[in-house]
Design a protein around this ligand. Sequence first.
Ligand code: F6P
Length: 412
Amino acid sequence: KMKLAVLTSGGDSAGMNAVVRAVVKTAIAKGCEAWVVREGYEGLVRGNAHDTQEVQDARASEDATFVNNLRFGDGELLKDGTGDYISGRTLRGRYIVRVGWDDVRGWFGEGGTLIGTARSTTFRTKEGRQTAAYNMIKEGIDALVVCGGDGSLTGADVFRSEWPQHVAALKADGQITEEQAIAHQHLRIVGLVGSIDNDMSMTDMTIGAPTALHRICESIDNINSTAYSHSRAFVLEVMGRHCGWLALMAGVSCGADFIFIPENPPAEEKWEDHMCKMIQSNREIGQRKTIVIVAEGAIDRNLNPIRADYIKDVLTDRLGLDTRVTTLGHTQRGGAPCAYDRIMPTLQGIEAVEALLQATPDTPSFMIGVSENKIIRVPLMEAVAMTRSVGVAISEKNFDKAMSLRDPEFAE
Ligand code: F6P
């Protein structure tokens, strides 16, 4: 019976809970044991070092009823009001937790990630990863679903390739038995891309990006009230790190006058002249308000950041517009997932479990993505490498190459 665990890592995004729900329910339906790891990789490193005596005794006795209750809905919950929280309930010192069908009920509609996420520094070290391997083997787990950005997915692949070394070292140290070493010779992993930025190659959409875009549209709709009423200009800074997808799509969805994105810096050295000319002409043909969207990673041709405050000064000084800056910040990242961020993570979570069940030591680690509305499996490290080369191309000022790497059809 396969025991598999799911964790979320990196910045939270809407839809991560739907991933956990789908993985847990599919795993159980297929006769596997489902576990969750709390607080991302940090939870793998911390493990279950703080088992209470009650839990340790139950393990030792293998009391089927009690062990079956070792789920975060039941036996693992401590009622003394201290410790960590999951689903609003108290759970102390245990990071790798078996879950049941009911534990993930209703998780579709929840924002963020209910099992927590963290940026773990210890997991970045080999020692940290060895401890993580020990904590997993202790629970009998050697299959992992990771939902996170490219850094988190690379971490998963590194962990997998090192796994046999960890097993050998743990056996040599006497931390695990010969039987455990034989039973857990290989780690199976599969990655799902959770990020509001839509910044991963080889998939059309990352989990959480549609919801974040929706949040941005709602905010712009709200801002439009004031913009129209006062005939003002607004400069909106949106997230996306080095990717302009959110800014570009928000601009199209909301009819922005001008958009700045990292992948396509303004062609002109003096882009201010061009922007002012366009906005002026929009005003002349009847536009009562002005919306400029700037991605947080926007740069000019010389790779210098383009800042919202600077754009505001340009609009005020050159066009005399009453201009305000709004940085949407983390309102973009939170809140209930839109329908697509429930459907896509659910289908991908099901595919992730299938991929784990079919994985062999020779198959590459897969990333589950979506392409032309179909759920796909692609080799994880190929997707990561392609994503990185886009970044390198941008930093070399080779923007056309960057765009064609990100979207091969662009090159044709
Ligand atoms: O990658 C998601 C994201 O929200 C980016 O758009 C943003 O640059 C970054 O994370 C902010 O991260 P945090 O607030 O977690 O430091």
